[in-house]
Design a protein around this ligand. Structure first.
Ligand SMILES: [Cu+2]
Length: 89
């Protein structure tokens, strides 16, 4: 039988951190990102080049959004090195 689960006090204390507002978001249009394999390749290349980066790819829109880093040049280079043509948006 399940008991009541109490969150630790430290979790309940203080306002939640609005980290999304503080996190820089970098977006690239990548027209030659055309399938799930491309998404995997780009995501892998970016996270390898910039550890901690979070990559969200919108395949129909050919849009790649990266949060968790402000190293736009490094991200762009990683996508380019993976064989794609990103343009900053
Ligand atoms: Cu592909």
């Amino acid at each position: 039988m399940m008991g009541t689960f109490n969150l630790p006090d430290m979790v309940a204390q203080g306002p939640p951190v609005k980290f999304l507002e503080k996190t820089m978001s970098i977006a690239f249009q990548v027209p030659d990102m055309t399938c799930g394999h491309c998404v995997k390749t780009i995501t892998g290349a970016v996270t390898e080049a910039v550890p901690g980066a979070v990559v969200v790819a919108d395949l129909p829109a050919h849009l790649v959004t990266i949060t968790g880093t402000d190293q736009a040049d490094k991200v762009e280079a990683a996508i380019r090195d993976a064989g794609y043509e990103p343009s900053r948006v």
